[in-house]
Design a protein around this ligand. Structure first.
Ligand code: FES
Length: 76
């Protein structure tokens, strides 16, 4: 268990959709799966958890960049 981190209960994550843990890790919940990434956008390091998550796509409001939370690649 040393590499695991309890970030909350799934039902709570489903409601919140995004959460920050340890001050630097963004946790997203999409279709009952949980994804965790560095909470900094790849461009200027702004906080990803402040974006909007809809249908698994995180829309980030500074530059309206979009990321697929399941892969953190830009959606097609
Ligand atoms: S500042 Fe984050 S994508 Fe541009």
């Amino acid at each position: 268990m040393e590499n695991w981190l309890h970030v909350g209960f799934l039902e709570s994550l489903k409601e919140d959709k995004a959460k920050v843990v340890k001050g630097a890790i963004a946790v997203f919940c999409h279709e009952a799966q949980v994804y965790a990434v560095d909470n900094r956008c790849p461009h200027m390091g702004f906080p990803l958890h402040m974006g909007s998550l809809f249908d698994g796509i995180l829309t980030y409001h500074w530059h309206h960049a979009r990321f697929d939370v399941t892969s953190f690649k830009k959606p097609a």
